[in-house]
Ligand binder design. Structure first.
Ligand SMILES: Cc1ncc(COP(=O)(O)O)c(C=O)c1O
Length: 420
């Protein structure tokens, strides 16, 4: 029987029902600690912002706070979660390409420390709203450096049409935007942010990003007399989903980033003081697994299906971008994997396939199938398609489990409906 965090998977399934998201809490803690200790420099003030979109809940926010890590939030809901969890909101950074005026006001009211402005209209709106603030708000601008790194390779493009940020090619717009804040005593414009992609395996992508960012900061300084002190390089650090994935080791990626920043600061004659990164997936993905119960199996002329009691509603990533996962039958860990299966979910969509062609022991109803590395963008992207219940989430450590999010009930499901 497979164990996670010292707990038998069948005990977890029995106590909390399936599907169930399970996080190995010690693994989460190790990852947070590693980021906090490895992303340190004698040359810069540094900050690690956990991108809470990867997995946001009060328990996770509390863990993040324990390790002195900051928080990237992207909506009123993520602000609310952090605030209710007692997070020090001065260490929160508010992202988003279409923040509503209410969300901006909420950020000010809850004393979110930094707002990352995404476009000129937002800058103007923030400038107005912030006039009534009773405290100083730090501001960064998201720029689009034209580097796309969503895969093993990265490409430097002239891609100027992203919905996020202002392209570095739109220099005048960037200068106008920065000048919007000039006379507002409640706003401090600190610097630039960029995020070049997800699941990045090539450290040269970050090197290219840093060179572009520092080069651009230099241009703003020499051509327009704009002095900046902060660069936020975004997230995108890869996780291991299958044996084909080989992420850059954390110490190596941290060192590469900080060394390159130092080199560029000297080369460009700049005095950037603060470097930020925003890992999401690489903190939570590998610590998470999902437990399913096997239902029926079925043979077609070309496939062996095993059906599980969840699927695209709790993990949209395979359907959305052909993400690959590994799995085991928790109660048959020592049996030969001599059958090739397609693991499919129970939703009414042919695309509801979690894994194509995986070798597993012969599956039978009641078996417990565990998919690994589901800790990022699983729960946070869950849907109610087919009115499936969102699974619960448990943190396990040293043989003990604690339920950090309850499994939904049918009452929750229609709880907000007008059933007159
Ligand atoms: C602005 C920004 N920062 C950080 C992240 C986190 O990325 P990852 O989870 O790949 O580290 C994202 C992901 O979409 C993002 O858009």
């Amino acid at each position: 029987m497979l164990e996670i965090g010292g707990m038998r998977v069948d005990d977890l399934a029995k106590t909390y029902q399936t599907p169930l998201y399970v996080y190995d809490e010690n693994q989460l803690r190790t990852r947070l600690k590693d980021y906090a200790t490895l992303f340190q420099s004698d040359d810069f003030e540094t900050g690690v912002l956990y991108a809470s979109k990867a997995f946001s809940c009060c328990a996770m926010v509390k863990l993040v706070q324990e390790y002195g890590i900051c928080l990237d939030v992207v909506s009123g809901g993520e602000i609310y979660t952090a605030y209710k969890a007692g997070f020090d909101m001065t260490k929160a950074y508010f992202h988003g390409n279409n923040k509503s005026l209410d969300e901006l006001q909420m950020a000010i009211d809850t004393k979110v420390g930094t707002i990352i402005v995404d476009n000129l209209m937002e800058a103007q709106a923030l400038n107005e709203i912030a006039k009534k603030s009773d405290h100083l708000i730090h501001v960064l601008l998201r720029v689009n450096p034209g580097i796309d790194a969503h895969t093993h390779k990265y490409i430097v493009t002239a891609h100027v049409d992203s919905k996020f940020g202002v392209s570095m090619m739109q220099e005048k717009e960037i200068v106008d935007l920065i000048q919007t804040f000039e006379d507002n005593p409640n706003l401090s414009f600190d610097g630039l942010h960029a995020h070049i992609g997800s699941q990045i395996f090539d450290k040269n992508a970050f090197v290219a990003e840093i060179e572009k960012m520092f080069g651009f900061v230099k241009k703003l300084e020499s051509d327009y007399g704009i002095h900046l002190n902060t660069i936020d390089l975004g997230g995108g650090f890869a996780a291991t989903y299958t044996s084909e994935d080989h992420p850059i080791p954390l110490d190596e990626v941290c060192k590469t980033i900080l060394d390159t920043c130092k080199k560029e600061n000297t080369k460009q004659g700049l005095s950037i003081q603060k470097i930020l990164i925003e890992p999401g997936r690489s903190i939570v993905a590998e610590a998470g697994s999902t437990i399913y119960t096997v239902g029926f199996t079925k043979q077609t002329p070309n496939k062996n299906y095993v059906f599980v009691d969840g699927g695209m509603a709790d993990n949209i990533r395979p359907a959305l971008y052909q993400a690959k996962y590994n799995a085991d039958i928790a109660n048959k860990m020592e049996q030969a994997k001599d059958c090739i299966y397609t693991v499919a979910g129970k939703a009414c969509e042919s695309g509801d396939v979690l894994i194509e062609d995986i070798a597993l022991p012969k599956c039978e109803p009641g078996d417990l199938l565990v998919t690994y590395t589901t800790g990022a963008y699983g729960y946070s992207m869950a849907s109610h398609y087919n009115k499936l219940l969102t699974p619960g989430v448990v943190f396990v450590a040293n043989g003990k489990a604690r339920e950090v999010i309850h499994r939904e009930s049918y009452e929750h499901l229609i709880g907000l409906e007008n059933n007159d």
